[in-house]
Write a protein that binds this ligand. Structure first.
Ligand code: CA
Length: 414
């Protein structure tokens, strides 16, 4: 029998532990990508998924489901902050969450972070969620292109997550129509960061069975090195009221018992000011490059870094351009100077004259000027000489030009 819905999570080829979690139930489908050093990431995503799994229920309307889902994310955020208070060694942990609740022909959605939800409908594959990343913000403000974003050294820096940083994080919510034949894909950036959208759509299309599709997608990420944990959910919509699985599936770190140990002595020494300050005071873990809390100072530094990169690139270009222009100018100057060592004989207002320069012009720029006018009337010359002067007579140098003038003067006086 073909499965319409399936979920799986893989640690990947590089990481030692899986910080992703996923849940596929009766009505609810959700993925979470945890982050934070000292085993914080797996705790964060597992706690969030376990809190949000409470929302796997039948709702009368999609709007109710959406509000419940949003509330579940906020509750999870509060639980994470509380856990960090209980376990200071987990400070700085956070998690993305992207979830769907199906209510008949509608999907309620809640999303924070850079995990993604896609929809495959009638062969068209669309990203439904928007990444809450630093590079997406640069794309939105027109400072870089989506292609540059995909290669950006800071592409994994998140602007929003659930965690101990913000007491009321901004969560994207939506209600979307769905119809039989739709296939929804939920994944962590371990898939979307390493397998491009076109390939993901192909694999999904090639595998009608959800379990086969999930396996093939994870395999595609592994084939590309899978430096990160990979979590994939495929949710199929048919005529049934629900897209759910027969018994709920937990994957990734949420499927295992929580691994952190309480640190009682640290808690005992915590003073009141620390307690009050704590939820607003992020402590980034330098070893974790994925999670960067949204502190104004940090963002300013990131933007400054990006600007410096841009300026460096612009300076390199400018220096190159200036060099090329200088070379061209030098060549032109040298060329012009050479033309000014040349002389020829021509006519000005019916009289013979010596010109300095060359007969040709460089576009609109004349390369010659009258050096000396004479009183020799063109009409006094033989037709042959008159014609020669009209056509101009080249001279090797000024002395040669003066000799030509002398010859013409003698001819005119005859
Ligand atoms: Ca990840």
């Amino acid at each position: 029998m073909t499965e319409r819905t399936a979920a799986a999570s893989h640690v990947g080829r590089v990481r030692s532990n899986n910080q992703d979690s996923g849940y596929a139930g009766t009505h609810l489908f959700v993925v979470a990508d945890g982050m934070g050093g000292h085993a914080g990431g797996d705790v964060a995503s597992a706690l969030a998924i376990q809190a949000i799994a409470q929302t796997d229920a039948r709702f009368d309307t999609a709007e109710e489901a959406r509000d419940a889902l949003e509330q579940a994310l906020l509750t999870a955020n509060g639980e994470l902050a509380e856990t960090v208070f209980e376990h200071p060694e987990l400070t700085g942990m956070g998690t993305t969450v992207s979830g769907l609740v199906r209510v008949g022909e509608r999907m309620a959605l809640a999303h924070i972070g850079d995990s993604r939800i896609y929809l495959l409908r009638d062969g068209e594959f669309t990203q439904v969620t928007k990444d809450h990343t630093f590079v997406q913000r640069l794309v939105d403000s027109g400072r870089i292109t989506p292609e540059e974003a995909a290669e950006h050294p800071r592409r994994s820096v998140l602007m929003r997550v659930l965690g101990d940083v913000d007491i009321s994080p901004e969560i994207d919510t939506d209600v979307l129509e769905t119809m039989p034949g739709d296939r929804w894909l939920l994944c962590s950036d371990g898939l979307s960061g390493y397998v491009d959208d076109e390939r993901i759509a192909e694999i999904l299309t090639e595998n009608a069975d959800a379990e086969a599709a999930v396996d093939a997608l994870i395999q595609a990420s592994l084939d590309n090195g899978a430096p990160d944990n990979v979590t994939v959910l495929v949710v199929g919509v048919d005529d049934d009221e629900s897209s759910g699985v027969s018994s709920p599936i937990m994957v990734g770190s949420a499927a295992k018992p929580l691994s952190f140990r309480p640190v009682e002595e640290k808690r005992a020494s915590k003073s009141l000011p620390q307690l009050l300050l704590h939820p607003l005071k992020p402590t980034p873990d330098p070893e974790d490059e994925h999670f960067e809390p949204e502190s104004e100072e940090f963002l300013r530094e990131l933007i400054a870094e990006d600007r410096r990169r841009k300026i460096r690139r612009r300076v390199t270009w400018s220096v190159g351009l200036v060099l090329i222009i200088s070379l061209i100018a030098a060549a032109l100057t040298a060329g012009y100077q050479w033309t000014q060592t040349r002389f020829f004989v021509g006519e000005v207002d019916g009289r013979v004259a010596i010109f300095q320069g060359v007969q040709q012009n460089a576009g609109p720029i004349p390369l010659s000027s009258v050096y000396q006018e004479t009183s020799i009337d063109l009409m006094a010359l033989t037709p042959f000489s008159r014609n020669a002067v009209e056509q101009t007579i080249s001279a090797d140098d000024l002395i040669d030009a003066l000799a030509i003038i002398e010859r013409l003067r003698r001819e005119a006086e005859r």
